[in-house]
Design a protein around this ligand. Sequence first.
Ligand code: ADP
Length: 393
Amino acid sequence: MPNATLVINAGSSSIKFAGYVHNGSTDEPSLLGKGQIEGIGTHPHFIVKDNDGNVAGEHHWPEGDQLNHTGGLRFLIDWIQQNAEDVKVTAAGHRVVHGGLTYSGPTRINAEVMANLEKLVPLAPLHQPHNLAAIRALQEVDPHLPQVACFDTAFHRTQPAVASMFALPRSFTERGVRRYGFHGLSYEYIARRLPDFAPEASRVVVAHLGSGASMCAIKDGRSVETTMGFTALDGLPMGTRTGVLDPGVLLYCIQTLGMDATALEKMLYHDSGLLGVSGISNDMRDLITSDDPRAAEAVDLFVYHIAKQTAALSAALQGIDALVFTAGIGENSVPVRERVCNHLEWLGIRLDAQANAARGPRISTPDSPVSTWVIPTDEERMIAIHTAQTLDQ
Ligand code: ADP
């Protein structure tokens, strides 16, 4: 019976999951299926799709059902036992947003690790508690199942001090107020795949453009700089988050507008970005097809910041050999890629419009000094690989 790894990415009201089997000696796992339980706390809904994207199972709970994360995970484990009798779940790998300075790689979970991760909750209060809740819930459902934490911050631990410090008094830095960076599992996956596409590329900028968006400078496979910092708010404007903001704006909001921390959090995380600027939607598809000038302005702002950050990250790398687009917008939006590349022609990016329309993978002309790519990311697969490797050690 093949051994399977269950990959879990838990949020406040949803649990995304995927199952992989490992093929003996090779470390490239095969996807069995993926799905999610969403609407936890309101109107829970379970759906799982097989490797070909066909619905393999679905379940609706009545509205207002008291299903919590533990109940959801118990349902998932039962579903696997009943519907995939030919596999045995032998490990679970979790996406955990924050590993602080301690964890520079995936880590098998035990009581000490959990206590350390708990201390990091104040650094990621919107995500870390849900990630840890899912680990605890799975411990309750299956106490003997080995679990591994894979961190969004870990890939960036190779960055030099100059990239990770704020110009704050040292006491703040010593308390952990520094730039950590996120989306590390996505960048690590791209760094792992890139040699198949561009084996010569040493200095690479990756644009992870999803509803959360960031960019990373990778030198010979290691992160040297990234646009997200202490939290996942910094850097590019995102679906509903501000991206980079003069901290004086926050003082103004507090001192002049009388806003408190709750109101600021809502503004910074939920009401800003593409949604805030357009007043229409946080979804790039809606903005591209809209003829409202505010939608065009939101897209302009997004493109402008990506181009500007590409130049800044190229400075960190002392040049650029390759640019990679990934995640929802990066993989799917032909016009966003086109506009970013055209803005960066001066940097040596020559777009091949036909290849861009066909989604690459190479979207730059053969003579382009900087090769440019569309490479789909796969954070779940990265977690499955890490989990198997961590438990093999
Ligand atoms: P998340 O950060 O939630 O994991 P994804 O990487 O899946 O997000 O990206 C989601 C975003 O991708 C959506 O908000 C949408 O704006 C964008 N997106 C998906 N498909 C397209 C498309 N065809 N064109 C433009 N944007 C798209």
